[in-house]
Each structure stands twice: as structure tokens, then as C-alpha cells.
Design a protein around this ligand. Structure first.
Ligand SMILES: NC(=O)c1ccc[n+]([C@@H]2O[C@H](COP(=O)([O-])OP(=O)(O)OC[C@H]3O[C@@H](n4cnc5c(N)ncnc54)[C@H](O)[C@@H]3O)[C@@H](O)[C@H]2O)c1
Length: 251
């Protein structure tokens, strides 16, 4: 119960990783703010996880719209009074095509969610956390933030950028007792990987064989790392980008 009565804000909360993050923090006593584009999906997530009615808040919003981001931050402050942990997690994959085939709209669409959405979240949550003088942020990057992958340029560029934002934010707010880290998962067993398999015309086994552990991560395993980084057990960790990748980026 490391998070009893802590306020944890999660974007992409009804997705594969986001749902397990909600579950993990709720199981450790946190009050949760679930953010995503579709209110009904967030309500279903809260219902499926049997969250207590006084222990969660749902705020529908699109992370690409700065006004929606300001709104989820304001609503969290109004309802729970502070933000202890921010899991800046919403993201989309890109189409499977080479840089030469990638048009400007396809690049912008991915950067809008994965880079601008993360930046808007940082910008507005950091204002709250620096005034509180506490807080921990975990940005979801990827192994695609550490190495290149052919035919995924917008995604790879966006996830590299998340690590740059993470390090810069960590430097800017360290003196306010606010920590900012990124996580870099290899393929995780969620809808996103199913979509990437289909787009790339590759099987789950093809992707899993690129991971020395020989399998996808479970979203629960990603949630465990996020909870650790959010906790006081990680009190000296900031500005880091943590691979959680079954040794995929070790060679
Ligand atoms: N699944 C993987 O293999 C994998 C690996 C490394 C990193 N990641 C990253 O993990 C994060 C979560 O992905 P996931 O695997 O759970 O995928 P997912 O598709 O299951 O979930 C993504 C969530 O983000 C939400 N979202 C997308 N665009 C949004 C927007 N504009 N505004 C608000 N919410 C939006 C979706 O509705 C969904 O709930 C993403 O940032 C992804 O890039 C995933």
C-alpha cells in the first residue's frame, strides 16, 4: 500500500497498459484520475476494475488539445486537491511505411499525440507539482525511443523525443522535489501490438523472436515498473529512461 490516498493521474487509462496501471495503483490505495478520449470506455474500465466511487474521477479529453489537458489538470486539482503521480501514457502507433512513403499528415498525426500530448501534460502538471513541491511523473516512451525501427519513423521519432522531454523536465524541476522519468517497453501484449502486427504483415512470433526473453511483456509488468518509479523506493531516480525490454536493446 505505497500509495494510500495519493492522487494518481493517468492518460490513456482505458488502454492495455493504462488499465493495468489504474489497477495497480488502486490496489495500493491510490485515488485515481482516468483520462482518455471516450467517457464510456473510462467508465467501463472503472466498473470492470471495481474502483470505489469515492476513489476515482473520470475526465474525458484528447491529449492533443491543450485546453483538454488544462481541463484534466484543473478537474484533478478541484476534486482531489493535488497530483502526486502523473502517468503520461496515451499514445498511438504509426502506419507501417518507409520515410520516403510517409506523408506530412501521417507524421503530424503521431507527433501530435505522442510528442505534443506528452509535452502538454508535462507543461500543465508540472505547474501544479512545482507549486506543491512534490510529485513524480512517468512518461511512456518505448524501445523505439532508444533504437531505430524501419518503417516506423513517426513513432520512433516521437518516442526518442519523449526521452528528450523527460531529461529536460527532470533538470528543470529537480530543485522543486519533482521527479520525471521515462519507461521504454519492448512489445507489450495490448491492442497496439495487434495493430502493429496487422499493419506490418508480421506475426506475434516474428516480433517476439526479436526479444531475447522470447515473449511480449504483460501490461502488468509495465505497471510494476511505473509503480516503482512513482514510489518513494525510487526517490533518487530522476531523468532516467528505463528499458523494460527482455534485453531487446542489450546487443
Ligand atoms: N504495446 C506496446 O507494445 C508498447 C510498447 C512500448 C510503448 N508503448 C506505449 O505505451 C503507451 C500505451 O499503449 P498501449 O500498448 O496500452 O496501447 P493501447 O492502444 O491499448 O492504449 C493507448 C491508449 O491511449 C489512448 N489515446 C490515444 N490517443 C489519445 C488521445 N489523443 N487523447 C487521449 N487518449 C488517447 C487510447 O484511447 C488508449 O486508451 C503508448 O504511449 C504506447 O506508445 C506500447
Amino acid at each position: 500500500m505505497r500509495f494510500t490516498d495519493k492522487v494518481v493521474l493517468i492518460t490513456g487509462a482505458s488502454g492495455g497498459i493504462g488499465t493495468q496501471v489504474v489497477k495497480r495503483f488502486a490496489s495500493e490505495g491510490a485515488k485515481i484520475v482516468l483520462v482518455g478520449r471516450t467517457k464510456e470506455k473510462l467508465e467501463k474500465t472503472a466498473k470492470d476494475l471495481e474502483l470505489k466511487s469515492d476513489a476515482f474521477l473520470i475526465v474525458a479529453g484528447d491529449v492533443t488539445k491543450e485546453s483538454d489537458v488544462e481541463n484534466y489538470v484543473t478537474k484533478t486539482k478541484e476534486h482531489f486537491g493535488r497530483i502526486d503521480v502523473f502517468v503520461n501514457n496515451a499514445g498511438i502507433e504509426s502506419k507501417f511505411e518507409s520515410i520516403m512513403e510517409t506523408d506530412s499528415d501521417a507524421m503530424s498525426k503521431v507527433l501530435d499525440v505522442n510528442l505534443k500530448g506528452v509535452y502538454f501534460g508535462l507543461k500543465h502538471v508540472l505547474k501544479v507539482m512545482t507549486s506543491q513541491k512534490f510529485g513524480s511523473i512517468i512518461n511512456t516512451s518505448s524501445v523505439a525511443g532508444l533504437i531505430g525501427f524501419p518503417n516506423m519513423a513517426p513513432y520512433v521519432a516521437s518516442k526518442h523525443a519523449v526521452i528528450g522531454l523527460t531529461k529536460t523536465a527532470a533538470l528543470e524541476v529537480a530543485s522543486y522535489n519533482v521527479r520525471v522519468n521515462a519507461i521504454c517497453p519492448a512489445p507489450v501484449d495490448t491492442q497496439m501490438m495487434e495493430d502493429i502486427e496487422e499493419a506490418g504483415g508480421m506475426s506475434r512470433e516474428d516480433f517476439a523472436s526479436a526479444v531475447p526473453l522470447g515473449r511480449y511483456a504483460k501490461p502488468e509488468e509495465i505497471a510494476s515498473l511505473i509503480a516503482f518509479l512513482a514510489s518513494d523506493d525510487a526517490s533518487y531516480i530522476t531523468g532516467s529512461a528505463y528499458p523494460i525490454d527482455g534485453a531487446m536493446t542489450s546487443s
